[in-house]
Design a protein around this ligand. Structure first.
Ligand SMILES: [Zn+2]
Length: 243
């Protein structure tokens, strides 16, 4: 399957919410969605996650919750500000909730993601990206924008599958340039260009970057880390005009 497998325009925007959550507000200063943030629920069932996402005392929510098996629950309208991202930043955006759509995936963080869930996610993303003209590099993980706090959607999430359908980005080994010397300064400059918060501790930046773009990367900063970061920063610098 290639790009176009998931036709744009299909989505839940126009249908009534299946599980309306009280946990939302208006997007601040007329902000529009320019990011999509992917989460896992870290709970055992979609029902338990849904109860929490709709509990006023929990003060959390997301626009969508995708069940194992592919069922889609809609909790907050896309035009409203759901409470999923919390403190953090991506590029110059610090109020990520006002600028994003949040998708929770029914996954406990220990298991691989169900095939039907992933298929539904692809269909949903195709619609969201088309409706809001969001480019694929602005589909990010919670761990990308909440450095030191969050690790979802985690090491088992298949970013490459989304990238194959043009719904996220992935490194391109054919674009790597040979590097004989690894410069930490250049590497962290590239991470800031990609969108990672340069004010966060470097160790947290490296952990989040590897979780997303270099699964299996461990130890000291490596030449491969540097090649991947250069490739992504080069092709997909965060667009700071989109605010
Ligand atoms: Zn999350």
């Amino acid at each position: 399957m290639g790009p176009g497998t998931f036709p744009a325009g299909r989505g839940a925007k126009l249908t009534p919410l299946t599980h309306p959550s009280p946990n939302f507000g208006p997007r601040k200063a007329g902000a529009r969605p320019s990011l999509v943030v992917i989460h896992y629920t870290a709970m055992n069932t979609a029902d338990a996650a849904c109860d929490r996402l709709c509990d006023p005392a929990a003060e959390v929510s997301a626009h969508y919750l995708i069940e194992k098996g592919g069922g889609l629950r809609t909790l907050v309208r896309e035009e409203d500000r759901a409470w999923h991202a919390g403190a953090g930043r991506w590029g110059d955006i610090t109020d990520v909730n006002s600028h994003s759509i949040g998708i929770e995936l029914d996954n406990d963080g220990q298991c691989t993601f169900d095939t039907h869930l992933m298929h539904r996610l692809c269909t949903l993303l195709a619609g969201i990206l088309a409706r809001h003209r969001i480019p694929p590099e602005r589909v990010i993980g919670h761990s990308d924008m909440a450095l030191t706090r969050k690790s979802d959607p985690g090491a088992l999430f298949d970013w490459a599958q989304l990238a194959r359908h043009g719904l996220a980005i992935a490194p391109d080994p054919s674009a790597f340039r040979r590097q004989t010397r690894v410069s930490a300064t250049a590497f962290y400059t590239d991470l800031a260009m990609i969108g990672y918060d340069p004010a966060a501790p470097r160790e947290a930046q490296l952990t989040a970057f590897r979780l997303r773009f270099h699964p299996g990367g461990t130890g000291e900063l490596s030449a491969l880390d540097a090649q991947i970061a250069r490739d992504i920063a080069n092709r997909f610098p965060v667009d700071r005009r989109l605010r």
